[in-house]
Write a protein that binds this ligand. Structure first.
Ligand SMILES: CC(=O)N[C@H]1[C@@H](OP(=O)(O)OP(=O)(O)OC[C@H]2O[C@@H](n3ccc(=O)[nH]c3=O)[C@H](O)[C@@H]2O)O[C@H](CO)[C@@H](O)[C@@H]1O
Ligand SMILES: C=C(OP(=O)(O)O)C(=O)O
Length: 417
């Protein structure tokens, strides 16, 4: 087991390169199972969720090789093994095996997913979608068994805007007979990324990025080459870290449009954000104003950046409110921030942050991925040394966070526990 050590109080300066998006990568990798020939994925992030997914695909019989930083996945010869336990429990996105294997074989057994503990994370809308396409879904011993003698395109209205359900239904629909229409679909950039891959494989996907997506399935899909979009959550984490240390950082290899809610909130607080085609420069302010944040589905403010932002808000003048409308109890980082001197309390689905706190180093625990990011940012802001345990959560979703922060001038290192 390892822990992260941070000696805070140093502003971040310089340039940092954003890696490929975790939440795209973990959908694109299972999507390659839908094709019977080789798919090449470029710009995959080197993170634990991706490593685990690659292992899962190998267990299923996919031939995988790495060449020049690209992943070649040949899913020509697969065995449709039951995936009830083990690796599928280590990440949330293992639920995409349901759509991918159902699409490929008409049958799948997949354990209920793991991932960040953010309170209840039901998958009823995924199941509603699979059933609409003609699958029978049985829940037994912690796993779902899905079976369809024939998948047929259908109209599915999502009762809740869900990233996972939208993508999972797209995966199964890509090999279904006829057209599937997803209404009240999620609009996240990662959904467009998956639609681009499926289209390159031979399915016809229209409307991704709007709330109505039409998928014309195809009996056989072929492999293709695809590059993963930049990780807007990693980019946002560096933007917040730059503001929180009152530094000056250029975040490269991002799509500025994806960052709009983050850019807007940083500017509202008093940080300067300058925009180029594929980069943003953040110049920290001397003092920040308190703000209110409400998380919403894209293009609203992303829940995955709510926790990192909370750390920044501890230094603003006045009281800030953060309401998480997606995960109402995504506040397990708050107690840890309090240990570092923050004046924060949770009221229902809101965090109330009284600003102008001077954070100090402490031993804290990352309970989930973005709680980890929030604590790293708090550690960069704090006086003295912060010790973060629960680093395995951070490793799930940030490529070389320590190396990237070091290159920006922070004193951060790993130690064994
Ligand atoms: C691997 C991945 O891409 N993870 C992201 C994905 O998670 P995930 O796909 O799990 O999140 P969803 O978009 O599905 O969840 C959104 C909301 O809908 C609810 N819901 C969802 C599905 C369902 O069947 N029933 C239901 O009620 C959830 O409890 C939540 O309140 O989107 C979240 C919201 O942007 C992000 O925080 C996660 O980083
Ligand atoms: C919640 C997250 O991930 P997952 O859905 O994979 O648990 C996240 O990336 O912040």
């Amino acid at each position: 087991m390892e822990k992260l050590m941070i000696k805070g109080g140093r502003p971040l300066y310089g340039e940092v390169q954003v890696s490929g998006a975790k939440n795209s990568a973990v959908a694109l990798i299972p999507a390659t199972l839908l094709a019977e020939s080789t798919t090449i994925l470029e710009n995959l992030p080197h993170i634990r969720d991706v490593l685990i997914y690659v292992e899962i695909l190998k267990d299923l019989g996919a031939e995988i090789s790495q060449e020049n930083g690209e992943l070649h996945i040949d899913a020509g010869q697969l065995t449709n093994l039951p995936m009830s336990d083990g690796k599928v429990k280590e990440l949330r996105a293992s639920y995409y095996l349901m759509g991918a294997l159902l699409g490929r074989f008409g049958e799948a057994t997949v354990g209920l997913p793991g991932g960040c503990n953010l309170g209840p994370r039901p998958i009823d809308q995924h199941i509603k979608g699979f059933e609409a396409l003609g699958a029978k879904v049985v829940h037994r011993d912690g796993a779902l068994h899905l079976f369809a003698s024939k998948l047929k395109g259908a109209r599915v209205y999502l009762d809740v805007v869900s990233v996972g359900a939208t993508i999972n239904i797209m995966l199964a629909a890509a090999r279904a007979e006829g057209q599937t229409v997803i209404e009240n679909a999620a609009k996240e950039p990662e959904i467009i990324d998956v639609a681009t891959l499926l289209t390159a494989m031979g399915a016809k996907v229209k409307g991704a990025g709007t709330d109505v997506i039409r998928i014309q399935g195809c009996a056989k899909l072929t492999g293709c080459r695809h590059s993963v979009i930049p990780d807007r959550i990693e980019a946002g984490t560096f933007m917040v870290a730059a503001a929180a240390t009152q530094g000056e950082v250029t975040v490269n290899n991002l799509i500025p449009k994806h960052m709009e809610p983050v850019t807007a909130k940083l500017r509202e607080m008093g940080a300067e954000v300058e925009e180029w085609d594929e980069a943003l420069q953040i110049r920290g302010g001397k003092a920040y104003q308190s703000i209110h944040i409400r998380t919403l589905p894209y293009p609203g403010f992303p829940t995955d950046l709510q926790q990192p932002f909370t750390s920044l808000l501890t230094m603003a003048c006045g009281t800030s409110f953060v309401v998480d409308n997606i995960y109402s109890s995504r506040f397990r980082h708050i107690d840890e921030l309090s240990r570092m001197g923050a004046d924060v309390r949770v009221e229902g689905s809101s965090a109330v942050i009284r600003g102008q706190a001077s954070l100090y180093g402490a031993q804290v625990r990352a309970s989930d991925l973005r709680a980890g990011a929030a604590l790293v940012i708090a550690g960069l802001m704090a006086s003295d040394i912060t010790e973060i345990i629960g680093v395995e959560h951070i490793n799930r979703g940030y490529q070389d966070l320590v190396g990237k922060l070091k290159s920006l001038g922070s004193e951060i290192w790993r130690e064994s526990q």
